[in-house]
Design a binder for this molecule. Structure first.
Ligand SMILES: Cc1cc2nc3c(=O)[nH]c(=O)nc-3n(C[C@H](O)[C@H](O)[C@H](O)COP(=O)(O)OP(=O)(O)OC[C@H]3O[C@@H](n4cnc5c(N)ncnc54)[C@H](O)[C@@H]3O)c2cc1C
Length: 550
């Protein structure tokens, strides 16, 4: 079914939650996926494209885990060349370029300047980046270019790194990880899959030694349910070991990675920069996302609570060192940090190898008959990870496929639009919205943005800003409630939108305002509104907790 704007309408919202839970407990699926990150979402989409009946459950919200804590790049993993991981780099560059073509509104090229400190380094980097171009099959958005100090001054006038010799220019692609994950899960749903958040897998159910589904819990009601499936896949990221047989050694080595977000004007970078920490020489990205700059990341072993991973003061100090070194005239201060986020990489354990050098490749296996596990990998290669897993499963009778074509999932995304297509469509329909809001809708929603504009035309008050100074409008919340399974207040503020990150001083008031709108749609009473605001403020404040701890 399609709406007037050609939007493939399929209601996917928390208002229908009871019917989804009923479906989960009454259906026998071909495949059940545990985990609503990029990996699980990619598998749901790949199965949907082949008409295989699949369901996905997520214990929190889609992209709650690592998939909303990344550096937000679809990248070729240039530094893995140093580790000799040529196959991975080739795969990542090819997949990044496919994503750029398949989802151009969400996966957009960004120029990145890399600093060189000597002639030797400059020559070495030249050869290294030519190899990078080669491994990409010359598909990089633009080939590598050498930069003199003067070129760097023109591109990034505020970079004043002591001892800077020259630079290199390469292109990667900027993404919004949580929104992209949501779009991929949504596409899986549009293709016939079922995906429900706040449903946790507790145990693998077996009959005669073979997996027949999972015992799960609806986290919101506390009710238990059994979900039947011919095969089950764990795509639980850093939580993978929770579902593994008790007797086996841990599969995952969680490695913590932190980012800080600052107003771009506070350091004045123009686009992307790949710089080094003066403390330990580790590489660090400084990336412009509109008015904001994301700086990261770190890579340290993590042994704490995976559900509650936040930034520590010493991590902030580490980034301050990098910013002061790279932009010494910027007078960067703590008050310039508007937010932080921390996550854990689901690296597959390799004994005796440093966290920085642990392989980024995915691993999958049949843990027991009918129960499969996939872990590791990157956001950028979500599609090939799903493809490889399905071949592996098909060979073991884990998925009903007669023949196999790995290109099936190379199709363009349902919601994707090029800028030309968008401009034509907006010109034709007219919008009445300002340029900044239109760009925001294009980049974050693609075809969904046209549906949002259409709803503003029907009800002009929906064109009002959710909060002053941000491009997000009220129609977006209505759209996400109806088509993106926003179940809790924090789902919208922290993952469907970036508002939580960008509005650090207004968590309580913003939370109250958005909760009131959600209450109208979802029928929440006052108590539920209070609970939602309390939980949202608790988590949002923790993302800048270090600021209060001296
Ligand atoms: C700091 C950092 C920066 C990164 N930067 C990049 C980058 O720029 N580009 C890139 O390509 N990659 C990047 N990565 C890697 C990338 O983010 C991860 O590889 C990817 O997000 C992993 O996705 P996933 O779905 O496997 O795991 P997750 O996103 O963690 O998803 C697993 C999900 O499973 C759910 N779950 C767990 N247990 C259960 C259960 N029992 N029942 C139901 N649900 C369950 C969790 O709640 C979680 O949402 C980065 C990683 C980190 C940490």
């Amino acid at each position: 079914m399609k709406t007037e704007t050609g939007f493939p309408e399929k209601i996917w919202g928390a208002r229908e939650r009871a019917s989804y839970i009923k479906e989960l407990s009454e259906t026998e699926y071909d495949v059940l996926i545990i985990g609503g990150g990029m990996t699980g979402g990619g598998i749901l989409r790949a199965l949907g494209l082949r008409g295989i009946r699949a369901a996905l459950i997520e214990k929190e919200d889609f992209a709650f885990g690592t998939s909303s804590k990344s550096t937000r790049l679809a990248h070729g993993g240039v530094r893995y060349i140093l580790h000799g991981a040529f196959r991975l780099v080739s795969e990542e560059t090819h997949e990044r370029d496919w994503m750029r073509r398949a989802f151009p509104n969400m996966v957009r090229p960004i120029p990145i300047v890399m600093a060189n400190y000597s002639t030797v380094e400059s020559v070495f980097m030249g050869g290294f980046l030519r190899l990078y171009d080669l491994l990409s099959g010359w598909g990089n958005y633009r080939s590598y270019r050498h930069l003199t100090k003067e070129d760097i001054g023109e591109l990034e006038p505020n970079i004043k790194i002591p001892g800077l010799h020259s630079g290199s220019l390469l292109y990667e692609c900027i993404i919004n990880d949580a929104r992209l994950t949501c779009e991929i899960v949504k596409e899986g749903v549009l293709l016939g899959g079922t995906a429900v958040n706040y449903v946790k897998a507790k145990n693998i159910l077996k009959k005669d030694g073979r997996c027949i589904g999972v015992e799960a819990q609806d986290v919101l009601s506390g009710n238990s349910l059994n979900i039947k499936a011919k095969s089950v896949i764990s795509a639980a990221g850093p939580w993978t070991d929770d579902l593994m047989p008790k007797e086996r050694n841990p599969v995952i080595r969680p490695a913590k990675g932190v980012h800080i977000v600052v107003k771009r004007e506070s350091i004045g970078n123009m686009a992307g920069l790949y710089t080094k920490s003066p403390e330990d020489g580790r590489s660090c990205f400084v990336l412009a996302h509109g008015d904001y700059t994301y700086i990261g990341t770190t890579d340290t072993d993590y042994k704490g609570d995976l559900d509650e991973c936040y930034t520590e003061r010493e991590e902030y100090e580490y980034f301050k060192g990098i910013v002061d070194h790279t932009f010494p005239e910027g007078n960067f201060e703590e008050k310039d940090v508007i937010g932080t986020y921390a996550g854990t990489r689901p690296l597959v354990r390799e004994e005796g190898v440093d966290e920085d050098k642990t392989s980024r490749e995915e691993r999958f296996e049949e843990v027991s008959p009918g129960f499969f596990m996939i872990a590791g990998g990157k956001l950028t290669i979500f599609r090939t990870m799903a493809e490889k897993l399905l071949v592996y499963m098909a060979e073991r009778g884990g998925v009903p496929l007669k023949s196999y074509n790995r290109d099936t999932s190379r199709s363009r995304f349902i919601m994707s639009m090029t800028k030309e297509e968008w401009d034509d469509a907006v010109r034709e329909t007219g919008s009445g919205l300002d340029e900044r809001t239109l760009t925001h809708l294009f980049e974050n929603y693609g075809k969904g943005g046209l549906e949002i504009i259409d709803s503003v035309k029907r009800e002009p008050s929906l064109g009002e800003a959710i909060t002053a100074g941000q491009p997000n409008i009220k129609a977006e919340l209505q759209y996400s409630l109806k088509y993106e399974m926003v179940t809790r207040l924090k789902d919208f503020l922290m993952r469907r939108s970036n508002l939580s990150l960008y509005e650090r001083d207004r968590h309580e008031s913003l939370g109250r305002a958005v909760a009131a709108e959600m209450a109208n749609f979802l029928g929440w009473d006052e108590r539920r509104v209070d609970d939602e605001v309390k939980e949202y403020v608790r988590v949002a404040e923790k993302n800048r907790f270090f600021l209060n701890k001296k």
